[in-house]
Structure formats: structure tokens, C-alpha cells
Ligand binder design. Structure first.
Ligand code: NAD
Length: 302
């Protein structure tokens, strides 16, 4: 699918072809960009190719893409495990490698040497603000975060966050790039861990965890309250199911440690996981899928 190019960002390299990298790469290619996926070795590259191929049914199901359109996207993609080769013509490198600072520091130092001077670098990091890695890039004026959400073809936001050193022209260019590849750009004017969405969402989920953990209200009651009170299509426990209980537990552990406010919640989540109730992907979590109770018309009735 070719869009009108506003940016002249046509050659894009996505570093890391994992869960998010494969999606970012394919979505960019689907929208007409020439994309190279870079990953560490041939095995990782083959796994990335497989992930991209597996997107076909999702694009067909969720956004009515035809096979021809999907194939056109595939034709815009190439793969490499050679960093210098992968970035030699890149206008933009989007980094989606593991969320480990040591790996990212090393990567940006190598990338700084391998990429041409013109290349803009954008990190998809969920938890590190861009100033964490700005110096490693050797070009802090051309570096910022561009944060996509899982299932990029459906959850089409890109949160864009620079440092004080990011050139405003580069920032605006990336906002336009986000639009070109079908995203709704969410502009942050300052660095903020968690961007906009998680800054809103995490306190909500923590409050829900507290209410249920301390037996103040059960999950369905909490969700019903939120849905009636705000008109939202789902409540925090339905969101926990989507996120997956393992991830929810890991994030709570990391942020709360031994905080007694959240200990009962963590124990209850662990018990659910021991019973095989891991969230939406496992068919069972706080609700049973594919037909969860909160989606039924009677859920919001007395
Ligand atoms: P992942 O583990 O699925 O993929 C990471 C990929 O990076 C793998 O293919 C791995 O082989 C590759 N890799 C490892 N070391 C590398 C290196 N030195 N150079 C190049 N590639 C390397 O991880 P993910 O879930 O796709 O997350 C990647 C980034 O995206 C993280 O920063 C994460 O915070 C962010 N993110 C993830 C999600 C999500 O829902 N998974 C959502 C938004 C943002």
C-alpha cells in the first residue's frame, strides 16, 4: 500500500525482528517503505521472517488486507545479520532489541559507527527514556523514542518522545513518519517514563489490584464500576487478561517489590497461573474466552 511520502524517509532498518520489531518492520513495508530487518544471526533472522509471514492472517482478518496487498508488503522487506550492510542506506533505524540496558548501550555504540551521518535513530523501548542512550548514539540531535503498541496494525498509536537534545525538525519528521505508516502519533513534550498511556494505565491497574487483593471488591464488580462510570468498553481486570497475567505479575513485582499493599494481589495472580489461568491467550483469566462475560449485554445490569 503506497502512501504519499511527506518525509522522504523511505529506507528504514528495524533492528531486532522479535515480537515488536517484526510488526514495526512489516507495517512500514505494508505502507510502502523499503525495510531491512537486522537481527543478530541467521537463526534470529529466520525466526523474524517466520514472524512476519505469520502476520498475513491477522492483516486479512483485522484490516481486510488482500493477499496481493500483503504480498506487496513482503516484497518491500529484506533481512540481514550484518549491521553495516543493514544500515548503509538507512534514513531511519528503529531499534526493537531486548529491554536490557547493557544490550542497548552496546548496540547504539556499534550503530553510531556503522550508520551514515544522516540516519535518524528511534528506540521502541517501553521503559527507558531516550536520554538513557542518547550519548551512545553519537548523534543525540537525531535520536528519540518512538514507541509502538503490540498488534501495531490494530493498536495504531506511536508515542513519540525526545530528549532536550533532539532536534525539533527531527522530532516533527518522525511524527510525520508515524502518520505515513498509519499510526496516530502521540506527542510527548518532555521525557516521561511510561509515556502517556502507561502513566495513565498503571495507577488504574494498581488500584484494581489493591481492591481485589484486599478483598474489598471482586474483579467483576471493579470492572463493572469502571465501565458504567466512564463508559469504557472493558475494566482493569479485562485489561489484565489482555496483558497476560505473567507480565502483570512481573511488572507488579518489579515496581512494588515487597510492598504489603500489593502482596495479596501477587499471591492471588500466582495461584491463578498455577491453575493454568494465564489471561486471554490461554482462554482463561479473570474471564473465559472467546465470549467473556463483560462483553455480554447483561453484564452492566443489576
Ligand atoms: P523480543 O525479545 O521479542 O525481540 C528482541 C529481538 O532482538 C530478537 O529477535 C533478538 O534476536 C534481537 N536481538 C537481541 N540482541 C540484539 C542485538 N544486539 N542486535 C539486534 N538484535 C538483537 O522483544 P520485543 O518484545 O519485541 O521487545 C523489543 C523492544 O520493544 C523492547 O525495547 C521493548 O520494550 C519494546 N516493546 C515491546 C512491546 C511488547 O509488547 N512486546 C511493546 C512495546 C515496546
Amino acid at each position: 500500500m503506497k502512501g504519499v511520502s511527506m518525509t522522504n524517509i523511505n529506507m528504514v532498518t528495524v533492528a531486532g525482528g522479535g515480537v515488536l520489531g517484526s510488526q514495526i518492520a512489516y507495517q512500514s513495508a505494508f505502507k510502502g517503505k523499503k525495510v531491512t530487518v537486522y537481527d543478530i544471526n541467521d537463526e534470529a533472522v529466520a525466526a523474524a521472517e517466520e514472524r512476519v509471514r505469520n502476520l498475513r492472517d491477522l492483516y486479512k482478518r483485522d484490516i481486510n488486507a488482500t493477499d496481493e496487498q500483503f504480498d506487496a508488503g513482503l516484497n518491500n522487506l529484506s533481512y540481514s545479520s550484518d549491521l553495516a550492510e543493514a544500515v548503509k542506506d538507512a534514513d531511519l533505524v528503529i531499534e526493537a532489541i531486548p529491554e536490557k540496558p547493557s544490550i542497548k548501550h552496546d548496540f547504539y555504540r556499534s550503530l553510531a559507527k556503522a550508520a551514515p551521518e544522516k540516519t535518524i535513530f528511534a528506540s521502541n523501548s517501553s521503559t527507558y527514556v531516550p536520554s538513557t542512550f542518547a550519548e551512545d548514539t553519537g548523534r543525540p540531535d537525531k535520536f528519540l523514542n518512538m514507541h509502538f503498541a503490540n498488534q501495531i496494525w490494530r493498536m495504531n498509536t506511536a508515542e513519540i518522545m525526545g530528549t532536550k537534545q533532539t532536534d525539533p525538525k527531527v522530532f516533527d519528521l518522525i511524527v510525520d513518519y508515524a502518520k505515513e505508516i498509519g499510526m496516530v502519533p502521540i506527542v510527548l513534550k518532555k521525557e516521561q517514563p511510561g509515556y502517556v498511556l502507561n502513566t495513565l494505565l498503571i495507577p488504574l491497574l494498581n488500584a484494581a489490584a489493591y481492591l481485589w487483593g484486599h478483598d474489598i471488591a471482586d474483579p467483576q464488580t471493579v470492572d463493572k464500576t469502571w465501565m458504567i462510570g466512564t463508559g469504557a468498553p472493558m475494566g482493569p481486570f479485562a485489561i489484565f487478561d489482555v496483558v497476560g497475567l505473567r507480565t502483570a505479575l512481573n511488572i507488579t513485582k518489579e515496581q512494588q517489590g515487597d510492598n504489603p499493599d500489593y502482596k495479596p494481589f501477587m499471591e492471588k495472580i500466582q495461584k491463578m497461573m498455577d491453575e493454568g489461568r494465564n489471561g486471554k491467550d490461554s482462554g482463561q483469566g479473570f474471564y473465559t474466552y472467546p465470549d467473556p462475560a463483560f462483553d455480554r449485554p447483561d453484564f452492566l445490569k443489576a
